[in-house]
Design a protein around this ligand. Structure first.
Ligand code: G3P
Ligand code: MG
Length: 241
């Protein structure tokens, strides 16, 4: 079972910051996950929420602020004063951290709340310009965006995110079409996961921070987990699995 650092090493560093990604990049784990939104002036930035209220010293929605405005706030001190002055990174800056590593990169398109016109195409351009298409998986709760992305870039792996307990998840993923399912932990413990695995789905589960849960998922045959504590999970699963 493979390990992805969720929002970077976000249990020990402020999520989705360069500090969190540099910490993840040093680890012999399989991959990393990050969330992408679009600013008012059309720049790709890495942050989880639609708004900057929870993880910065500022307020407002990413879509209503320019990159320069977003950059005027601190995205580290909410977590710890040790990380004061961490900025909001662009997608390019985050991908640069993994330029010379072999980590698999999960780019989550956060267009399920605000549609962010053109988000998928901009992300595709970034992936192609860095030549990392073979080690990227693009995911979203916005399954329309995944369908569109796959149409534009059939060579890049895509995954459907779901919090729901689905019936025939394997068939649904083929219908989109998507290459993998990224499932919320409580739903992953249900029948749907075993059935989809039996039919041949690639299944990755978020967010797995407890060893007991990792153990249970490992036994079911889940392919990977997203965790805020990659080092702790590495001690259990072993590196580079
Ligand atoms: O991609 C897995 C996970 O990150 C999805 O949920 O809310 O943490 O982005 P969220
Ligand atoms: Mg995410």
């Amino acid at each position: 079972m493979k390990i992805y650092a969720h929002r970077g090493s976000s249990g020990t560093h402020p999520e989705n910051t360069i500090a969190a990604f540099k910490a993840a990049a040093k680890l012999p784990i399989f991959g990393v996950e990050l969330d992408v939104h679009l600013t008012k002036d059309g720049e790709l930035v890495v942050i989880h929420d639609e708004s900057i209220d929870r993880t910065s010293t500022g307020t407002g929605n990413v879509k209503d602020l320019s990159l320069a405005e977003l950059r005027s706030y601190d995205y580290g001190s909410w977590f710890s004063s040790e990380f004061a002055n961490e900025s909001i990174p662009t997608l390019k800056e985050v991908l640069h951290v993994f330029k010379d590593t072999s980590h698999h990169i999960n780019i989550e398109l956060k267009s399920d709340i605000f549609p962010y016109e053109g988000l998928g195409n901009k992300v595709l351009h970034e992936i192609e310009s860095l030549g990392i298409a073979d080690r990227v998986v693009v995911s979203s709760f916005d399954h329309e965006a995944i369908r569109e992305f796959k149409k534009s870039a059939p060579h890049i792996e895509v995954a459907l995110l779901t919090m729901e307990v689905l019936v025939d998840a394997y068939d649904y993923a083929r219908f989109i079409p998507a290459d993998a399912l990224h499932i919320f932990l409580p739903a992953a413990m249900r029948k749907m996961t075993k059935e989809a695995l039996l039919k041949g789905s690639i299944i990755r589960v978020f967010t797995v921070n407890e060893i007991e849960h990792a153990q249970a998922l490992h036994e079911i045959g889940v392919h990977a987990i997203f965790t805020d504590y990659p080092e702790k999970m590495m001690d259990f699963i072993g590196p580079h699995n």
